[in-house]
Design a binder for this molecule. Structure first.
Ligand code: MD5
Ligand code: FE
Length: 202
């Protein structure tokens, strides 16, 4: 079922529940080229979440966060976004009431038990007019969904394997995070939660 949790924010429960194997195969294809890595924040902390990406890649260092077409080490483009991700992003965005969506960046987060993502805003993209489509696979999570101010009280939204959330309109710049993932084992994904976000970044 579909649930609007705030203006522009739509949770599509189980939207990709039947497509786990194909989605995970696409994740593995990207990981073979861009292995999972723990990034260091501009503040010098190593993130508990491991990341990989395709399309326009993301990077974090002492100079800040940014998106780029190419791997600055090799000079090569990051791998293309798999067709199944492009199709699901467009389908979810349109069903949530947004215009046809052509993302140019895909960030993948792998959470192991205990991993978390602290409250933050996604504001490194150049285009806040487009939504972000977020896909949850594997272990369940509790999503913290706040307001435009870090101090705004956050709602707690449970997210399960196969759920898709479309974040657009006024919700696009809300503070959000992921509570520490509980120990567990998912039959397809193993002891992890994987989140895939599709974005228009550049
Ligand atoms: C996750 N990832 O579950 C989340 C899903 C990230 C990140 O937060 O930055 O990699 S994306 C959730 C999101 C995106 C844009 C806006 C809002 C939530 N929001 O307004 O709450 O790994
Ligand atoms: Fe975020």
């Amino acid at each position: 079922w579909r649930e609007q949790i705030a203006p522009g924010a739509v949770v599509m429960h189980g939207f990709v529940r039947d497509h786990g194997p194909e989605l995970l195969a696409a994740v593995k294809g990207v990981i073979a080229q861009v292995p999972w890595r723990h990034m260091t924040t501009p503040g010098g902390h190593v993130m508990s979440v491991a990341m990989s990406w395709c399309g326009n890649g993301w990077s974090s260092d002492s100079r800040g966060y940014r998106y780029s077409e190419r791997d600055s080490r090799s000079g090569k483009r990051w791998p293309p976004i798999p067709a199944i991700f492009m199709a699901l992003a467009d389908e979810a965005a349109q069903q949530a009431g947004f215009a046809p969506f052509v993302p140019d960046s895909c960030l993948m987060n792998r959470y192991d038990p205990g991993s978390k993502l602290s409250l933050h805003q996604d504001k490194d993209e150049h285009d806040f007019g487009s939504p972000i489509v977020s896909v949850s696979l594997g272990l369940p999570a509790v999503f913290q969904f706040g307001g435009m101010q870090r101090s705004d009280r956050a709602q707690r939204i449970p997210l399960a394997h196969g759920d898709v959330v479309v974040w657009g309109g006024p919700s696009r710049l809300c503070f959000h995070g992921i509570m520490p993932i509980k120990e567990g084992y998912h039959s397809l994904v193993g002891p992890h939660r994987i989140n895939i976000t599709l974005r228009k970044a550049l």
